[in-house]
Design a protein around this ligand. Structure first.
Ligand SMILES: *Cc1c(COP(=O)(O)O)cnc(C)c1O
Length: 489
């Protein structure tokens, strides 16, 4: 299996090389040069397996330069060994034809753990496989969720050091607490004065600073990023779509070969695109429902074929989906339009903020994707009605999708799995508001969690409960100009 750029042109790489490199030299994203098949024999083999075993089987098809025994050992460490309490990716039934694929049982209580628990291990092996002697220095600018998930994934991984920058007033109290108390000998967290763009631009400047890079080289480091366009983050997400189907079959909810639909709360288009790859492998999927919040640029694109980022940006109660550039959409364009046209669309996007695809390309996309969006009021209302009707407490991101899934099930009578991307406790203040409850306890950043627990009779997830009383390791904010110097701390 070789990896090529969505924009064509560059040399084909092995998966280890692609994972180490992150992004192709021409700005394109890495995609596999062919798609392996999910044969009946392979599916039969997956059904009785654990999640970690399924992951190793599926990953080995895409990462065929990796030793399969090593992959299995990495998957067991990533998805078992207590990291995922309640199972890595259980599918639960909420009502007739309505299911939730729960991806939030990892160490940071959000679905990014599904990729970031395994990706560092893949990178660590990639460094060895490519003969890299230097330590990979991972830099992350975060508005909250990604930073914490990356810290948990990379902590104490061999051959890697990680530093996360966050805007001092741009993350929630609980996110700040999660990051500032982070364990691990190879981690560091730095608040900076300014907003998320300042943090992100600061990191971008570090990457393009030749003198600084040379200095880091001399000290034995190469800079890398952990962002969601890396193939090492995307590949692990293919697994849970296939695993969910296997579980539904095992539970007797579906017949072999029966087509089901997935509804995915979408921002950067990574999660849902991984589902598309599972479908291209042969998973029986009827539709992917791409659910957006008020930032409904993808809904418009899926309806009209025009992607236009020249629009207002909204801050919503589902902040991890507040995105105007869905980077991974480029990978879908590659599969329907080919590298040449994809390169053209991306050029237009960079120059004018807008592109429109051809009719036949739009038709092909619409044959499997449907777009829909949920506004702020409906999102909160869905949390309340779902809790009342099914007893399931869902977070704001999941609610955006669940609303669209309900609509689809109502119209078609077909089965839909909604991908649940965060624990309600991660967004406890808004979930409480949705339920119509006031905050009553005063226990600092954790107050809304205690309120939510006592009101709903559900338990605070252990990784969040453990934050109580945990010592702060990283404090104080620095000026953006001091970010480069802080790398040597
Ligand atoms: C990142 C994230 C999403 C969006 O996933 P994409 O792969 O970027 O589309 C949805 N929900 C939560 C909770 C997230 O953290």
């Amino acid at each position: 299996m070789k990896y090529i750029s969505t924009r064509g042109g560059v040399e084909a790489l092995s998966s280890a090389q692609a994972i180490k490199k992150g992004i192709a030299d021409n700005g394109g994203l890495f995609v596999p040069d062919h798609i392996p098949l999910l044969t009946d024999a392979l599916f039969d083999k997956l059904v009785p397996m654990t999640y970690a075993e399924r992951a190793a089987e599926i990953l080995s098809l895409f990462l065929d330069d990796y030793d399969k025994t090593a992959l299995l050992s990495d998957c067991v460490k990533a998805y078992e060994s207590g990291a995922f309490t309640g199972g890595a990716a259980p599918t639960v039934k909420l009502a007739d034809n309505k299911y939730l694929l729960e991806l939030f049982h990892g160490p940071t209580c959000a679905f990014k753990d599904m990729a970031l628990q395994i990706m560092p291990r893949l990178l660590s092996r990639a460094l060895k496989m490519t003969g890299e002697k230097k330590t990979a220095y991972i830099l992350v600018a975060t508005s909250g969720d990604t930073g914490k998930a990356a810290l948990e994934g990379y902590r104490d991984v061999e051959g890697v050091r990680i530093k996360v920058f966050y805007p001092v007033d741009g993350v929630s109290d609980i996110q700040k607490l999660q990051m500032s108390t982070q364990d691990g000998a190879n981690v560091s967290v730095q608040a900076i004065e300014g907003n998320f763009d300042d943090a992100q631009n600061g990191v971008k400047n570090i990457f393009s600073d030749v003198k600084l890079n040379n200095e880091l080289h001399e000290k034995g480091y190469i800079l890398t990023s952990a962002n969601s366009i890396n193939w090492g983050r995307l590949a692990p997400q293919i697994v849970y779509y296939i695993s969910s189907y296997a579980d539904l079959y095992k539970q007797g909810e579906i017949k072999l070969g029966e087509k089901i639909s997935f509804c995915v709360p979408t921002g950067n288009f990574g999660n849902i695109f991984a589902g598309y790859l599972a479908y291209r492998m042969g998973l029986p999927v009827k539709r992917f429902i791409c659910a957006s919040n008020k930032n409904n640029i993808l809904t418009d694109f899926l309806n009209t074929g025009v992607y236009d980022r020249n629009r207002e940006f909204y801050q919503t109660v589902s902040p991890s989906m507040d995105i105007l550039i869905s980077s991974n959409l480029e990978r879908l364009l590659y599969f329907v339009a080919g590298p040449k046209k994809t390169a053209g669309y991306m050029k237009q996007l960079a120059e004018t903020g807008r592109y429109g695809i051809a009719d036949n390309e739009l038709k092909e996309i619409q044959s499997i994707f449907t777009g829909g969006y949920t506004d702020e009021d409906k999102t909160l209302e869905t949390i309340k009605t779902t809790f009342k009707d099914t007893g399931a407490l869902i977070d704001t991101h999941t609610a955006v999708a669940y609303r669209q899934a309900e609509k689809y099930v109502y119209e078609t009578g077909e089965k839909v799995v909604t991908v649940s991307t965060a624990s309600p406790y991660k967004f406890a203040a808004d979930v409480l508001k949705a339920l119509g409850k006031k905050r009553t306890t005063s226990r600092g950043a954790l107050s809304p969690l205690y309120d939510l627990s006592s009101y709903t009779g559900t338990e605070i997830p252990a990784p969040l409960a453990r934050l109580e009383g945990k010592a702060v390791r990283f404090s104080g904010a620095i000026n953006k100009a001091d970010m480069p110097a802080s790398l040597f701390d």
